[in-house]
Design a protein around this ligand. Sequence first.
Ligand SMILES: [Zn+2]
Length: 234
Amino acid sequence: MRATAATILADFWGLIFPRVCLGCQEPLARGEDHLCTSCRAQLPYTDYHLLPPADNPLARRFWGKLPVRHALSYLRFLRRGRVQHLLHQLKYQGQRDVGLALGRWYGHDLAAAGFTFDLIVPVPLHPRKLAKRGFNQSAPFAEGLAEALHMPWHAAALRRTAHTDSQTRKNRVQRWQNVAEVFEVADVIAIQGKHVLVVDDVLTTGATLEACAAALLAAGATEVSIATIACADR
Ligand SMILES: [Zn+2]
């Protein structure tokens, strides 16, 4: 392969600032993005999008609660694994590009499987948390999905109306009460008559996504689907 000025410059740049895999910290090869080929091959994909809806365990979790058209998650959340490390990078290290890359990869899979939506909406953060963290970790995932699926996304379609305490020290019931009624549709025109895909980084109880879906349906969305980067087993 003939080395171009750009690749020489990229290699030289890489010597000074080596790009490392966010999964295993090994240097990335040319053409690898955020994750090395080996880490990408070893990610715990759910492949829920390939299952008939009745066999999708994530979809089953919403049965009898809300009509959710598609319930999708790219990865399985395992503590102390690559997925937790990736999500930590996204959330606390400000690695916005990780969310974007994950959204693009998953969007390609969903597009190949024939999924379509009208609008993609990230679960919003409370403005106070947004100011503290600098960005909403669900937004780059929404953006990557939208890009790969050739669909619009809307960062401000939903808004959080009350500040919720940290979820980590609460039990299941308290978590449900904690997020109930805190989401409202900020842009009703944008979602009316639409099949909206609501996206978040991690699904644990599903209460947050359910509250968002309920708000969207109440405001006139015709259908709601959900997708997350990762979902935890119950
Ligand atoms: Zn790796």
